[in-house]
Design a binder for this molecule. Structure first.
Ligand code: NAD
Length: 366
């Protein structure tokens, strides 16, 4: 069956990568992106996709249930892939309201619209419910934190969210589950580990370190830098969702991860080394003339330890064996190749990240 997808949050980091991936790998499908274009959403991330004739962008909010209903009807949507969210833990600590609004109420509004159009309207006309799928994109952060030797999170791990961000995602996961069990909405959920790759907003760890090195600014590392995260190349997340949509069991959750745990400080050091290497070349030095430390092979000297984040989770690790066994999922990208591609992307796309910094922080040093 050809799919007509509504991708919420498709102008953000993972959503945009997913839309590029989908249109490339599914040449008969259509994609409608619904995105509110918050500070994290960027129309530039989807540039050129209209040329496919299979892509539509709608500037709007997932909390607008009427708008979502009209899109489901107008574009005969049979699949929702729901990425839209407030996604930065630090922002959820200083201002949780937007997280409750978008992540919980926004998901609720989408579920109501999907139920109305896919289940209720056909039934009211004596017809069977429309063939559909609601895929909810969630995070490993809903499971809480791990000690160094604890086994990784499985789909059976009890939810124990620690930040307002994680709590809002956990709440939305529960709502999605309830719409399946109560009303029969055909849902799936994926819980993924930390992503990295192109179009990653430069407030998150890896792009922050890359861009700060290029601007010769301090590289902030929380606490002792020994927090552990499991990193996955963003296109491997898109492939995982593709498999869940194709082969996943309705009503189930699937963990997606990279088997790739790193201490934050080691990631920072690795990126420093890659940037020192890149800045050896005179053309790169000329383009990034502020990057004095990296040009001397000394990016690590920019590392600055800062006070730890409130309630900072120590370790996340994903056990993706269910997804591997049931869906034959394995990440395609090695961490070495993925991180090298990512650094290269930021070197080539400085206009993109400079514009992000201006938009989000009124950055003056550009
Ligand atoms: P992001 O912050 O880069 O993008 C979020 C997008 O949602 C933006 O385009 C923004 O404009 C849009 N948006 C926000 N509020 C909206 C609203 N009310 N209505 C419509 N659009 C709205 O986030 P991301 O890193 O791409 O994450 C996408 C999803 O994946 C989120 O649900 C997040 O919880 C989940 N996730 C992220 C990671 C990660 O490492 N980044 C890991 C696992 C899961």
């Amino acid at each position: 069956m050809n799919k007509s997808l509504l991708v919420t949050g498709g102008a953000g980091f993972i959503g945009a990568n997913f839309v590029h991936y989908w249109l490339h790998n599914h040449p008969n499908d259509k994609v409608v992106v619904l995105d509110a274009l918050t500070y994290a959403g960027n129309r530039q991330n989807l540039l050129g996709l209209e040329d496919t004739g299979r892509f539509t962008f709608v500037h709007g909010n997932i909390c607008d249930e009427e708008l979502v209903r009209s899109l489901l009807i107008e574009h005969q949507i049979n699949t929702i892939v729901h990425f839209a969210a407030e996604s930065h833990v630090d922002r959820s600590i200083t201002g949780p309201d937007a997280f409750i609004e978008t992540n919980i109420l926004g998901t609720y509004s989408l579920l109501k619209a999907a139920k109305a159009i896919w289940l209720d309207e056909p039934s009211s006309k004596g017809l069977p419910p429309l063939l559909h799928r609601f895929h909810h994109v969630s995070t490993d952060e809903v499971y809480g934190t791990l000690e160094p030797n604890d086994p990784a999170f499985t789909e059976q791990t009890a939810y124990a969210p620690n930040s307002p961000y994680a709590a809002s995602k956990a709440a939305s996961d529960h709502l999605v589950r309830s719409y399946h069990h109560t009303y029969g909405l055909q849902v799936t959920t994926s819980n993924c580990s930390n992503n990295y790759g192109p179009y990653h907003f430069p407030e998150k760890l890896i792009p922050l370190i890359i861009t700060n090195i290029l601007l010769d600014k301090p590289l902030p590392v929380y606490g002792d830098g020994k927090q552990v995260r499991d990193w996955l190349y963003v296109e491997d997340h898109a492939r995982g969702i593709d498999l869940v949509l194709a082969k996943g069991k309705v009503g189930e959750s699937y963990n997606i991860g990279g088997h790739n745990e790193w201490h934050n400080i080691d990631i920072v050091r690795l990126v420093c080394n890659l940037m020192n290497e890149a800045l050896k070349y005179p053309d790169v030095q000329a383009k990034f003339h502020l990057a004095k430390h990296a040009a001397k092979g000394q990016a690590e000297l920019l590392i600055t330890y800062v006070e730890d984040r409130l309630g900072h989770d120590r370790r996340y690790a994903i056990d993706a064996s269910k997804t591997t066994q049931e869906l034959n999922y394995r990440p395609a990208e090695s961490f070495e190749s993925g991180i090298a591609k990512t650094v290269d992307w930021y070197l080539k796309n400085d206009a993109w990240w400079r514009a992000c910094l201006v938009k989000a922080f009124d950055e003056e040093t550009l």
